[in-house]
Design a protein around this ligand. Structure first.
Ligand code: FAD
Length: 319
């Protein structure tokens, strides 16, 4: 069986959930191999975690020459791992559909002369991908026809499944060209942590819109009860109630959680573009004619200021 390379998305060696989801998809296509680019002293524990989720092989690449630069060196590392995989190359290369992931994938596709598909929400065992395009108004099935398929997959497109893989660790030394080091990072300041999950990979998102009137406490209360991330409509962001980083939609983030709760959001097409691939959609709106009710699985006609606290209380009671 051919290997399927999965680029590991991690923070300081702590593997992020979307990587485990990619390993589950990799298993459909062949033999999952993870590529960990990071500090050498973090590789062992990351490899143990990756093996738990089915990685048969883990290539560990010391990031001494990679960190401090933008993404070009990572694309070179992946190219070299792929080329070392033999004349046929890997069966596929899977990367998380983040901004960075898509840039790495684009550069890698050029280097390998391969076809590239971005923002897949599903990949079957034959390499057929599903994408949701044009603000979610079309579902497209596509397949790479040239070279090694390179596919970026959105978080929450598959379930992370624990299933032990061999976890054989192979240290890989890559050579980084001067050209790849053309852009250096001069400063990097992490956003203050909210304690909530990262929006684009959260399993549950609770979003608020203009209907909050600027009071996001009920939205945050339900989010915290559910262990969810907080999102916002553009109206809420434009009003200065939430930062742009939390905007969901055509000009914000695209999320695809298991559960999306929209409170005080009318359901404009541009907002839908960012959330309509969510598995279950719940809306709370005081206007029963609000367009958001056209796409919900469960709708509540009511004032979010009373419905959300009641829902949060009910969730807390069940814990
Ligand atoms: P509104 O449309 O004003 O809806 C507020 C809703 O709250 C109403 O349905 C109302 O009935 C309800 N409500 C009021 N009070 C309560 C209450 N107490 N309890 C319950 N319900 C209540 N929008 C985005 O969200 N994301 C984008 O990325 C985005 N990109 C855009 C790009 C372009 C090029 C353009 C033109 C627009 C874009 N928009 C985007 C804006 C979009 O068209 C809408 O204007 C916006 O989504 C509306 O936000 P909203 O639903 O919060 O506000």
């Amino acid at each position: 069986m051919s290997e399927v390379l999965v680029l590991v998305d991690h923070v300081d060696g702590a593997v992020r959930k979307p990587t485990y989801e990619l390993l589950a998809i990799a298993k459909r296509l062949g033999e999952p191999s993870a590529v960990f680019i990071g500090a050498a002293d973090k590789a062992e524990s990351a490899a143990a975690d990756l093996a738990k989720y089915g990685a048969e092989k883990i290539y560990t690449v010391d990031d001494a020459e990679v960190k401090g630069y933008l993404v070009a060196p990572k694309a070179e590392v992946l190219q070299q791992v792929a080329e070392a995989a033999g004349s046929d190359g890997p069966a596929a290369i899977l990367i998380v559909s983040s901004g960075e992931g898509k840039e790495i994938a684009g550069r890698l596709a050029i280097k390998l002369g391969s076809g590239l598909i971005t923002d897949a929400v599903d990949v079957d065992g034959e390499g057929n991908t599903t994408q949701s395009v044009f603000a979610g108004s079309y579902t497209v099935k596509a397949k790479v026809t040239k070279g090694t398929p390179i596919i970026t997959v959105k978080p929450n497109s598959a379930s992370a499944e624990e299933s032990a893989g061999a976890g054989t660790v192979e240290q890989f030394s890559a050579t980084i060209s001067d050209a790849a080091k053309a852009a250096r990072i001069v400063a990097s300041n992490p956003r203050q942590a909210s304690g909530r999950p990262e929006l684009s990979e959260a399993a549950i998102v609770v979003s608020g819109g203009r209907g909050t009137g600027g009071d996001f406490a009920p939205v945050e209360g339900l989010a915290d009860a559910l262990g969810a991330a907080v999102g916002a409509s553009r109206a809420a962001v434009d009003s200065g109630w939430q930062p742009h980083a939390l905007q969901i939609g055509q000009t914000g983030k695209v999320v695809s959680p298991q559960l999306y709760v929209a409170a005080g959001i009318s359901g404009a097409i541009q907002h839908r573009a960012g959330m309509q691939t969510s598995k279950t959609i719940v809306a709370i709106n005081k206007d029963e004619e609000a367009p958001i009710f056209e796409l919900v699985d469960f709708g509540v006609v009511g004032d979010l200021h009373s419905v959300l606290p009641a829902a949060a209380e009910a969730v807390e009671k069940r814990k």
